[in-house]
Design a protein around this ligand. Structure first.
Ligand SMILES: N[C@@H](CCC(=O)N[C@@H](CS)C(=O)NCC(=O)O)C(=O)O
Length: 284
């Protein structure tokens, strides 16, 4: 596996890096960002928090805006941020001006429909190919946690729920909680998965939580001033489904916070502590 280093900066005593590789799963070149805390110098494997960003993002939004590195350095957590869709000239794209489909809008699923199916396999990339690469090339253990924002919050929830045993904890900021029943999700699922809505359910956290095999520590933060809250995010659907299934869910609603990275930056430390406890880096 060829890995090309694109950048490498000292950050809170650790390294903030960006890498490029050829993804066999996605059939294109992909970039990802990784933060290696100072403890990585010693070489002993450290646990990894995978972060999935939202619509219009790349692997760089979180590392530049969330301010997670200071606490990751204290806790000894590696942070890995994949891109939000396959990339490159060979990859299908939405018509100009549509930012909620195609590039930067992969929805962390495996598409079944043309023209998307040949490259849009972000679920397999995030759950399988990327962790294998990280664990082979960096001082990373197989203790994994997953988190994300908006479309990436949906991705974190669905990835953890679909893949029992792979993650120790999960969290999300302002996730799309019930994509089968909101405009962003319906548009993406119709294109990527086809018109048969019964096939959408395998990618909807509010459905999957009712079938969950394991109970992970699950934390969700939601801003009350988020412009997408009522129309797109629908946390009440996930709360109802979790309650019916007896799945413990901590959902915190925060007055005044919007959908931006300012909200994420305000609460990211609490998410890092949530994951550090499950990953054995803090007393629980
Ligand atoms: N472009 C959209 C907003 C898209 C948006 O809010 N994207 C979120 C994720 S869903 C984000 O993280 N944007 C990038 C950023 O804030 O750095 C609009 O104008 O309404």
């Amino acid at each position: 596996m060829d890995l090309e280093k694109l950048s490498d900066s000292l950050c809170f005593g650790g390294r903030q890096q960006r890498w490029r590789h050829r993804s066999a799963t996605l059939g294109c070149e992909m970039s990802f960002s990784v933060y290696l805390p100072p403890q990585a110098e010693a070489g002993a494997p450290l646990p990894v928090l995978y972060w999935l960003s939202g619509l219009t993002c790349t692997d760089e939004n979180f590392v530049q805006k969330a301010g997670a590195q200071r606490t990751a350095a204290q806790l000894g957590l590696i942070l890995v941020c994949p891109d939000t869709s396959p990339r490159g000239a060979e990859v299908a794209r939405a018509p100009d001006g549509e930012w909620d489909l195609g590039l930067s809008a992969g929805f962390y699923l495996n598409a079944s429909e043309a023209p998307w199916a040949s490259h849009y396999r972000m679920h397999d990339y995030v759950a399988d190919e990327l962790p294998s690469l990280i664990e082979a090339h960096f001082p990373a253990s197989d203790r994994r946690a997953i988190s994300g924002h908006s479309m990436g919050g949906h991705g974190a929830l669905v990835t953890a729920l679909r893949r029992p045993g792979r993650y120790r904890s999960v969290s999300a900021f302002a996730p799309i909680c019930h994509p089968c029943d909101c405009p962003w999700g319906q548009k993406a699922f119709r294109h990527y998965l086809g018109d048969d809505e019964s096939r959408w359910q395998a990618w909807d956290a509010s459905v999957l939580i009712g079938q969950a095999q394991e109970r992970l520590p699950l934390l969700i933060d939601q801003g009350e001033a988020d412009a997408f809250l009522a129309s797109q995010l629908r946390p009440e659907a996930l709360v109802a489904a979790a309650s019916a299934a007896g799945y413990p869910l901590t959902l915190r609603r925060h007055p005044g916070y919007d959908h931006s990275y300012f909200f994420i930056a305000s609460l990211i430390d609490e998410h890092l502590h949530h994951h550090a406890k499950a990953l054995g880096r803090l007393a629980s």
